[in-house]
Design a protein around this ligand. Structure first.
Ligand SMILES: NC(=O)c1ccc[n+]([C@@H]2O[C@H](COP(=O)([O-])OP(=O)(O)OC[C@H]3O[C@@H](n4cnc5c(N)ncnc54)[C@H](OP(=O)(O)O)[C@@H]3O)[C@@H](O)[C@H]2O)c1
Length: 270
């Protein structure tokens, strides 16, 4: 196997979606201490106040990192909405592509969709479509625009696709989520086949205590899944975002994963 170096060694431009809370916030805080000085982190989500508060935290802990906030809605369907996002960010902040040895896009943003209904109750086209606008279409368009900006194949380029066990295993109530995650994983396998020079980690973070998890515990229509999720909390089996992201960092430091193949977080609390 080709020996690759720890992914955090190069001066990097890193965009993280869903950075306002949960895993994305934690990825941002923990990645910031790993990358070399003068790397740039771009924090992306809808809630700009929450993003600004993450930026404030970073200013205190990692003053050598430049932190940019970019509000966006990944479910936006206006023609051209995603075009030039990263070109504008560079221009507005007087940065140039040549400033970086590596670029990375962390696709962390996701929603769970209509978990209160079973698969055979999905009848509202707008709800189904809007789910895939956020979780699939917007993600793909953002990805396309990122690599339109950073198109030089001699630059180190990486993607972290945050996936889920739900992409591998059918889970009642999580129809849209499971199908969306499976589609994203396959999208990145195809991208990897087309663009082997892009390093792609498809990473499932385990069951993590975030807003998404609390929402599922309370609201999934399937009683069996609700019981299983509540059992994880009662048995102390949920990971904290910090524990989960520490494992993600280890995977990226080791950098031995197969491109775009599913990697699971195997940390389990006893
Ligand atoms: N928690 C778990 O147990 C678990 C397990 C497996 C996989 N995952 C995956 O881990 C990732 C993070 O999950 P999480 O648990 O941290 O979720 P979360 O707490 O619900 O956070 C979701 C993030 O996505 C952003 N977001 C949602 N809709 C958006 C939109 N339309 N446009 C832009 N940003 C949007 C949210 O920010 P705003 O609201 O500010 O826009 C937020 O920052 C997801 O990909 C999830 O599927 C989580």
């Amino acid at each position: 196997m080709e020996k690759r170096e720890n992914i955090f060694l190069k001066k990097s431009f890193v965009a993280i979606t869903g950075a306002s809370r949960g895993l994305g916030r934690c990825i941002t805080l923990q990645f910031a201490v790993k990358f070399p000085p003068n790397s740039v982190l771009v924090l992306m989500a809808r809630n700009v106040e929450a993003l600004e508060s993450v930026r404030t935290e970073l200013k205190a802990t990692t003053p050598n990192i430049t932190v940019l906030v970019r509000q966006y809605n990944q479910g936006e369907t206006d023609e051209g909405y995603f075009n030039g996002i990263f070109d504008s960010l560079l221009t507005e902040n007087k940065l140039s592509k040549g400033d970086f040895e590596q670029v990375m896009l962390v696709h962390n943003c996701a929603t769970t969709g209509d978990i209160e209904n079973a698969a055979l109750q999905l009848c509202d086209v707008n709800r189904v479509r809007s789910y895939y606008d956020i979780n699939l279409c917007g993600m793909i368009l953002l990805n396309t625009n990122f690599f339109a900006t950073f198109c030089d194949p001699s630059l180190s380029r990486a993607v972290v696709n945050i996936t889920s066990l739900a992409s591998q295993r059918p889970m009642p109530s999580l129809h849209l989520y499971c199908a969306g995650k499976a589609a994203r994983d396959m999208f990145f396998r195809v991208l990897s086949a087309e663009e082997p020079s892009i390093r792609i980690l498809t990473y499932a973070p385990g069951a993590v205590d975030t807003d998404m998890m609390r929402d599922m515990e309370a609201n999934v229509s399937s009683a069996s899944l609700r019981k299983a999720l509540n059992g994880l909390r009662e048995d102390g089996k949920l990971l904290t975002p910090e524990e989960s992201v520490a494992d993600l960092i280890q995977v990226l430091e080791d950098n031995t994963f197969d491109n775009a193949e599913y990697v699971n977080n195997y940390i389990k609390k006893s």
